[in-house]
Design a protein around this ligand. Structure first.
Ligand code: ADP
Ligand code: ZN
Ligand code: ZN
Length: 729
């Protein structure tokens, strides 16, 4: 008899809990098992196994409670190898989140212990040749010849009918065999892409990185400077060494293009992991990696946990991108995980960006990272000329529209030249909100502290933070007045306006709403590429990675939206967004231009972006960070205290702050304050911000709070520690 400790998620407080179960046979640590738990069946991980000579009755007598048997053993081998199991432990300590949450974050959905329904293996029928000889008919003979030449053919693919094969089976020449099949997430034909010769600048970077195994390198290369070719060349060299490569890209939007480039170069050696794959596809790609059938994984954030063995290189493209931060438990930074994995494999890490995060660039300045710079586009193609329009000035000229006079002119000129336009408007939906003209009431989400956004095509109001939506109301829910108005604008409204304003404008709207369905984004981009539209209008999703030859004008309708968010990174985000979107202009033969509309024409984030001047931005932003004590000059952790009961949150926050004040001496504590959006999805949140240099006492204090507070409150109030917070919402 064996006593098995099983780690599982506690249903009330979100802490790790282990429970003892019995098993007749010995089990491997780390495998998943099905266990009975309070009249339910749940999945847990085997944490420890101990042999005992006692019987069930004897054990129960000793313990004073009833033991249950494990119902089912799900895996024979643990899903995560030792490296990844250790990583889960470190991640749990680093982010102060339960180990179970870390294990879950590392596995594709179907393999997570919380799910009880598993996606199965897909089977295919192949035909195996058993014996040679002379079958009865000519047709059968031909078929047998064919099968000998094409061993392991799939039954459905051969140019002979089932009847013919069935006769061959009867005569003992061949047999049907069921084998596992993989779902292929990449359905496009794979064409070889033309190999380019690296420029001497590119080659020097590749050589530099290859010579220093185990380092972290930052490639600061302007948009269009050929970073992707560098990644491909590096991957090629690493594969030659018999090692594997992880190529990470920001969430969703950028993935398809990078996937395509890698698939073309490295074919079946590539697996893809990102959130747009179907459950079955993800499961199969995961198994291909686990069985070491692939050498390269291209994927978004969670692909950093892919079970690759013998990793030689981990690349993070667009390393500054906010989607590299996981915003639910465990709240990790992908670059941190990448560095940890690289160090267990003695692998190198490459971070690439046109606008590196301040954290990374300052590390490069200190020599912690190796810095490589590409400040020219390939073939000396000039960077686009950027102009700024002061929207206040426009108002003085009585132009209150969202389009300045210059903007109108430039768009029309570009269309007249039969070239293409990209317009950035960082706000989806039709109008920002709906307001009553009589009482002033703004219609809000009942579950979140935000106004509902009007979506015209469905004539509904939607919350952008939860799933809540309602039909457009007939009357004001507050006073019953029929006089409702829509205020503000979003991509949907601008789409209408543009088609009215410009001759020959055909708009393709590219935002979360139009790209929701599978491959929806690819289809729209394809349309734009085929000139089915001449204006691509979108949210920040259009800023990244897109490469269209005929785009010669990029317009930013409101650069201030991102500047005004309550986040110490607002300037950095704005600078990055503007540089990225500007980089979409003039990538082909023709010179490109960019126009930025703003109410802050003097702001350094905007002027530096207009001059493509990273250095100038970096210097000014670092001064601000130093003065205001923000990263990279210190570390930060945001404690989120949350509850469904409004009354409990503040009291708890005050209590926790008191505790921290007592136990932390060498840090700056701010708050508690309500979150940017106090109520979200019916949960009320307050935050305490801690800025610190030395982490030890902070971690100690937070650990205690985490344990005791979460247990004591029995789930009524929970505390989440968000290290390196990216959002104050
Ligand atoms: P980045 O990733 O830095 O934005 P890309 O890798 O997309 O830049 O390169 C920009 C363009 O230059 C692409 O169209 C790419 O095919 C081309 N390119 C890259 N390297 C070379 C090279 N060595 N010779 C010719 N063309 C190149
Ligand atoms: Zn009203
Ligand atoms: Zn909501």
């Amino acid at each position: 008899m064996y006593i098995v400790k099983v780690l599982t998620e506690h249903p009330v407080h979100s802490l790790d809990t282990t429970f003892d179960y019995l098993s007749e046979s010995c089990l491997n640590k780390g495998v998943r098992v099905l266990i009975p738990f309070h009249h339910r069946k749940i999945i847990g991980y085997v944490e420890n196994v101990e042999k005992t000579s006692l019987t069930k009755e004897e054990l129960e007598q000793e313990a004073g409670f009833t033991y249950h048997y494990i119902l089912e053993v799900i895996d024979e081998e643990p899903l995560l190898n030792q490296e990844l199991q250790d990583l889960a432990n470190t991640l749990s300590q680093m982010t102060l989140s339960p180990r179970i949450a870390c294990l879950q974050a590392m596995l594709p959905t179907q393999l997570k212990p919380s799910t009880t329904h598993a996606v199965g293996v897909k089977l295919k029928t192949i035909i195996e040749v058993l014996n040679d000889g002379t079958p009865q008919t000519i047709k059968q003979k031909e078929c047998l010849e064919y099968l000998k030449e094409n061993p392991q053919s799939q039954a459905k693919d051969i140019p002979y009918t089932k009847g013919v094969v069935d006769r061959l089976v009867e005569q003992g020449f061949v047999q049907y065999v069921q084998v596992e099949d993989y779902r292929n997430p990449f359905s496009k034909d794979i064409m070889e892409n033309k190999r380019v010769e690296l420029t001497s600048d590119q080659q020097a970077i590749v050589d530099g990185i290859m010579q220093k195994t185990g380092r972290v390198s930052l490639i600061h290369g302007v948009t269009g400077s050929g970073k992707t070719e560098i990644y491909l060349a590096l991957a090629g060299y690493i594969l030659e060494q018999g090692k594997t490569v992880m190529m990470l890209v920001p969430e969703i939007s950028l993935t398809p293009m990078m996937v395509e480039v890698f698939k073309r170069r490295f074919k079946e050696a590539v697996a893809i992991l990102h959130s747009r794959l179907s459950q079955g596809e993800k499961y199969d790609e995961y198994r291909r990696i686990k069985r070491q059938e692939v050498k390269i994984v291209v994927g978004a954030r969670s692909a950093v946990f892919a079970p690759l063995e013998n990793i030689g290189l981990i690349i993070l493209d667009e390393e500054h991108d906010a989607s590299y931060k996981q915003e639910s438990k465990p709240r990790y930074l992908t670059s941190q995980i990448a560095k940890m994995r690289a160090s267990s494999h003695h692998a190198s890490v490459v971070l690439g960006s046109a606008t590196p995060s301040l954290e990374s660039y300052s590390r490069a300045m200190k020599g912690i990272y190796d810095l490589y710079t590409l400040d020219k586009r390939i073939n000396q193609k000039p960077l686009p000329k950027v102009e700024i329009v002061d929207m206040l000035e426009e108002m003085h000229h009585r132009n209150y529209s969202l389009f300045s006079r210059t903007m109108k002119e430039r768009i029309q000129m570009t269309l007249d030249r039969q070239e293409q336009v990209i317009l950035l408007l960082n706000k989806r939906g039709y109008a920002s909100y709906v307001q009553c003209r009589d009482c002033g009431e703004v219609i809000k989400c009942p579950h979140c502290d935000v106004s509902l956004t009007y979506h015209k095509d469905e004539h509904r109001l939607k919350c952008h933070y939860c799933e809540y939506q309602i039909p457009y109301p007939q009357v004001c829910p507050h006073c019953g007045s029929k006089h409702l108005k829509t205020v503000g604008f979003g991509t949907q409204k601008i789409e209408e306006e543009i088609e009215r304003m410009f001759h020959g404008a055909r708009v393709i709207r590219y935002d979360v709403d139009t790209t929701r369905q599978k491959n929806g984004h690819l289809k729209l981009l394809e349309k734009f590429k085929n000139k089915e539209g001449n204006i691509l209008l979108g949210t920040q999703m259009i800023a990244k990675g897109l490469d269209f030859e005929d785009v010669t004008f990029v317009g930013v309708l409101n650069a201030d939206l991102s500047l005004n968010i309550p986040d110490f990174r607002a300037s950095e985000r704005t600078f990055q967004l503007l540089c990225q979107v500007a980089g979409r202009s003039g990538r082909g033969q023709k010179q490109g231009t960019v126009l930025i509309q703003t109410y802050n024409p003097e702001h350094y984030a905007i002027t530096s972006a207009a001059h493509h001047d990273y250095q100038s931005f970096y210097k000014q932003e670092m001064l601000y960070r130093q003065k205001a004590k923000y990263p990279p000059y210190c570390h930060m952790v945001s404690l989120i205290i949350q509850s469904r009961q409004e009354g409990l949150v503040h009291q708890a926050a005050i209590e926790i702050k008191g505790y921290l004040d007592k136990h932390i001496q060498q840090a700056v504590l701010l708050g508690p304050a309500k979150s940017g959006i106090f109520k979200m999805q019916d949960i009320y949140r307050e935050r305490i911000l801690i800025k610190f240099i030395h982490s030890q006492e902070v971690y100690q204090a937070l650990e205690t709070i985490n344990e005791f507070y979460n247990k004591k409150q029995k789930g009524k109030v929970t505390v989440v520690c968000d290290f390196n917070p990216y959002s104050q919402i």
